[in-house]
Design a protein around this ligand. Structure first.
Ligand code: BGC
Length: 758
């Protein structure tokens, strides 16, 4: 029988309500035994369950669990099914560990490749991040564990993350920084949303009524509870009023007293507290609803971790050297061959249940090959020439050299950002020296974010981004190197040539507690596209050992009402000799727009698995939002009537097919006219148009230059006026013209505005 939440709320004392809205301890909410209200136990994710020995305490060690590839690597799979299966597996482990809410996924945008936590986030693209997050959440919650999508919102750096004020315009907020949350909330209904530490346009995320209540709850219909990031609440009562339901961690007796006092003195409406309580109760009971498995197959989960890595590893460059063929000896250089670098630092750090070692995997895949392993570089940033000497000798003596590189362990972590995009100075010297001694050198990088490669990439014939590939990443890596597996990972973020090229470079990481998002909508490929700038590797890039040929796209309609759905189908054929997978990407390029828009934006993707010679059809559906942008004046998503080009390709720059569709908006929106509306605004407004036309015909025709005159006959002053006038407010035009001797310009304008309102 479903508990009657309203009865429970009625029966609760004020103190019990206040206690429920603040954690009982580090990880759990306050149970109320006399009313049968269970606790909700949380644990860190997102790519593994970090269950502490005591699930109520932050002390002690974490128990072993499957360490899946981090979000940065998982996103490179572009495979929603795989991510959903990861969610399910995590859900099973949560059940076994007695966890009700897993703190993930992380969907913050990769505004700059420097952000220390980028490895925990999916992408620089909100659509890709939102879709993958939705799959993850659906899988997890299917098993009876809730997700806590984080960190809401505009949390894109670690520097001063506890207080920095992220300042951005409304369009950028909506189109870039909220979209992934919006997709996941609407499609997958996460049980909880975790607010971030930072401020957004002046107000802490934890006290941000616009973000928590107006947008998340009222506009998107979020029904779960909002939990604070651990320690993100400053003023508990203000946070409650803004829509922050649960403060974590607890316990905090003083805070509870503040809530009770505020209700008693009337400064906090008890209904506000009741609403927070209602939301927490809903999830608390829900978390105990499903019969939960108490065990899971570690072997199967390890295999799944491997499978995700097998599609998350990205072959960035290959000048014909991979896969290794007829190779008899390999010099394996780098400590990560023995001690894999598979996850980042901070709260998402999981103790793996087991771990595959790259050296072992290589020897298993290629038993006929003789492998020599040397350290190559130290654990830290020191330069040790002797290690380089040793590596060069090993590389010279072998048929090929395999350089396995990762930054010092704590360089990629929660809590701080990277200072630059470089490998260590020692590692760069190592690559150069080894490549000189052995032209057949393959570089494998394990990192959670892009590295600058311009200093050394031309010296080596192949580079693989193996990512933070989780506990099972070693075997797929070995399989890819020796051709047992065809790489299919594609970058979910752009790899810039150098730090100075990156969109946020001039506004990073802010100062005096403020960071301005000056690049606006233009992050990631949106920036490089707009500036026509070369990059090291574009968004969506990843090589294969086979070749794919794209056919002609078919559209379910050539022209559509914006509220319809368009289906785009395209055949893809594997024309090579090896089975492979291809992530087909669809970008929308608006051919007209009233406001500035990115050149193109990802609006659909599909991953196909193809045997040699096989053809399959990728089917991608596009609905209104694929064509829309957020109009701050309308406070809504709008579509400008007209043509849109659909670009279908193997990466954001490798476009293989194009088609055009005409989209017509159903409801016509027009901006209200006001005292500062320009002539252009008047003409664009259906009610204003006849009024301004009549005015022009009668009064202005005698005074203003007319566009009817051919340009060659116009005086320079007329050309100048023609350029200037349309964007001048009508108010100012009237000032200059004095159209009516009996009335002031202001009176004439007010008369015209009154007629519009009629
Ligand atoms: C992190 C969250 C994490 C929480 C609990 C915070 O510092 O920002 O991502 O879930 O701690 O460990």
């Amino acid at each position: 029988m479903k508990p009657d939440l309203e009865q429970i709320i009625k029966a609760m004392t004020l103190e019990e309500k206040a206690a429920l809205s603040i954690g009982a301890d580090f990880w759990s909410t306050t149970p109320i035994e006399r009313l049968g209200v269970p606790e909700v136990i949380c644990s860190d994710g997102p790519h593994g369950v970090r269950r502490m020995t005591d699930p109520h305490s932050s002390e002690g060690k974490s128990l072993p669990a499957t360490a899946f590839p981090t979000a940065s690597c998982a996103a490179s799979t572009w495979n929603q099914d795989l991510i959903e299966r990861e969610g399910e597996a995590l859900g099973e482990e949560c059940n076994a560990f007695g966890i009700d809410v897993l703190l993930g996924p992380g969907v913050c945008m990769k505004r700059s490749p420097l952000c220390g936590r980028n490895f925990e986030y999916f992408s620089e693209d909100p659509f890709l991040a939102g879709k993958l997050a939705a799959s993850w959440i659906k899988g997890l919650q299917r098993k009876g564990t809730g997700a806590s999508i984080k960190h809401y919102a505009v949390n894109n750096q670690e520097f001063h993350r506890m207080f920095v004020d992220a300042q951005l315009d409304e369009r950028t907020l909506r189109e870039i920084y909220l979209t992934a949350f919006e997709i996941a909330v609407k499609e997958a209904h996460p049980w909880t949303v975790m607010c971030s530490y930072n401020r957004v346009n002046g107000a802490y995320a934890s006290e941000n009524h616009k973000l928590l209540t107006e947008i998340l709850k009222d506009e998107w219909g979020f029904e779960g509870f909002v939990v604070s990031d651990w320690g993100a609440v400053h003023d508990r009562v203000a946070a409650l009023k803004a829509g922050l339901d649960l403060e974590m961690p607890g316990s905090q007796p003083a805070r509870m007293r503040e809530i009770v006092a505020a209700v008693k003195d009337g400064s906090l409406d008890e209904a506000v507290l009741d609403e927070a309580v209602r939301r927490i109760l809903r999830i608390a009971f829900k978390s105990k609803e499903k019969r939960k498995n108490k065990s899971y197959s570690q072997v199967e989960h390890h295999a799944l971790a491997r499978e995700i890595a097998s599609e998350g590893i990205v072959l960035l460059k290959n000048a014909g050297i991979l896969p290794f063929k007829g190779v008899k000896s390999v010099a394996v250089i780098g400590r990560t061959a023995l001690k894999p670098f598979f996850e980042g630092g901070g709260s998402s750090n999981v103790k793996p249940s087991e771990i595959d070692i790259p050296m072992d995997a290589l020897e298993e895949v290629a038993p006929q090959v003789s492998f020599t392993q040397v350290q190559g570089y130290p654990e830290n940033r020191e330069e040790q020439p002797n290690l380089i000497k040793e590596a060069v000798a090993a590389a010279k003596a072998a048929d090929v050299a395999l350089l396995m590189l990762a930054l010092p362990q704590w360089d990629e972590s929660e809590g701080y950002d990277r200072p630059d995009l470089n490998l260590t100075a020692h590692q760069i010297s190592l690559i150069k020296a080894v490549a000189k001694a052995q032209p057949k050198t393959v570089v494998v990088i394990n990192s959670g974010a892009p590295m600058a490669m311009c200093d050394w990439i031309d010296a080596v014939p192949a580079v693989l981004q193996a990512g933070m590939f989780g506990q099972g990443g070693a075997s797929p890596l070995a399989d890819i190197l020796f051709g047992r597996l065809n790489p299919s990972g594609k970058l979910a973020e752009t790899y810039p040539i150098k730090l100075e090229d990156t969109p946020a470079f001039l506004n990073w990481p802010g100062e005096n507690g403020v960071v301005r998002y000056g690049e606006g909508l233009f992050i990631g490929y949106r920036y490089y596209d707009a500036k026509k700038m070369p990059v090291q590797f574009p968004f969506g890039h990843g090589l294969s050992y086979t070749t794919f040929v794209y056919g002609e796209p078919k559209l379910s309609k050539q022209s559509m009402k914006a509220d319809d759905t368009l289906t785009v189908s395209i055949d893809v054929t594997n024309t090579g000799k090896m089975a492979g997978k291809e992530a087909v990407q669809l970008y929308v390029h608006p051919l007209q727009s009233k406001l500035a828009r990115p050149v193109k934006e990802l609006k659909g993707f599909a991953k196909l698995s193809l045997e040699p010679g096989e053809t399959k059809t990728a089917e991608i559906k596009l609905s209104r939002r694929a064509f829309a942008y957020y109009h701050p004046a309308h406070k809504d998503w709008v579509v400008d009537d007209g043509k849109f080009e659909l670009l279908i390709g193997a990466s954001s720059v490798d476009i293989r097919a194009r088609a055009e569709v005409t989209v017509v908006e159903n409801k016509k929106l027009s901006l209200p006219l006001h005292k500062e509306s320009t002539l252009r605004d008047w003409y664009a407004n259906p009610k204003g148009k006849p009024i301004i036309e009549a005015f022009m015909a009668k009064v202005a025709a005698t005074q203003l230059p007319t566009e009817a005159k051919p340009e060659s006959e116009r005086e320079p002053i007329e050309i100048f006026m023609n350029l200037m006038i349309p964007d001048m407010p009508l108010r100012d035009v009237l000032q200059f013209m004095k159209p009516d001797p009996k009335h002031s310009a202001q009176e004439v304008l007010e008369g015209m505005l009154a007629r519009v309102k009629k």
